[in-house]
Design a protein around this ligand. Sequence first.
Ligand code: URA
Length: 239
Amino acid sequence: MIRLDKFLADMEEGTRQEVKKYIRQGRVFVDGVPAKKPELKIDETKQKVFFDQREIRYRQFEYYMLNKPAGVVSATEDFSDRTVIELIEERRRKDLFPVGRLDKDTEGLLLITNDGALAHRLLSPRHHVDKCYYARVEGIVTGEDKRRFLEGVNIGTQDMPEQTAPGKLEILEVDKQQGTSEILLTIQEGKYHQVKRMFEAAGKKVCYLRRESMGSLTLDKDLKPGQYRRLTDEELKSL
Ligand code: URA
């Protein structure tokens, strides 16, 4: 059950104040009867809501693909920094959250939703969801690094080891003169600063990091950093 004004605001028919006005104006019908009270509780799964003769169906969950820009934090609220949720400028629902975290300086694919069950499935280590990152690295990445990453590396210390699960490293380009490399790394975990720490363990430094994919979801090349769009039905089904 949900309040009629919340139902309409969630479906982006207006702000809470605007939809209250529309309801009082008699423009909203519930099961064929004009509903004049914004606080009317309705069953969003069964009752039929019409606004200006248009049927409004309730979507319980929202799914956005964001190309996270550097400089914003993966949180719902923050005292000092802009959050990824603030980038969703539509009349966004209050219960949206980012699925997992990217560092403040990391760019790329971030799913924003209010579907807790899906988030759990994508993040739970038990489900082994691949996350693929593109990185520019200071240092020459070698076949030896590939082999070490495949075995898993210690990203902790000698005294407090923290072993990663295997990661698949692909070398895209090596610039011997500049001493830099471009790589793709696919991992299934999400330890704190994991990609950066894996390269640190190999004596190299990540200077740019972008997430390219998560499970079946791939970053849309048309989205510039800071842009987002709703997931398509196909993307949602494949998740
Ligand atoms: N690994 C990192 O080091 N940072 C990220 O943001 C994501 C993965």
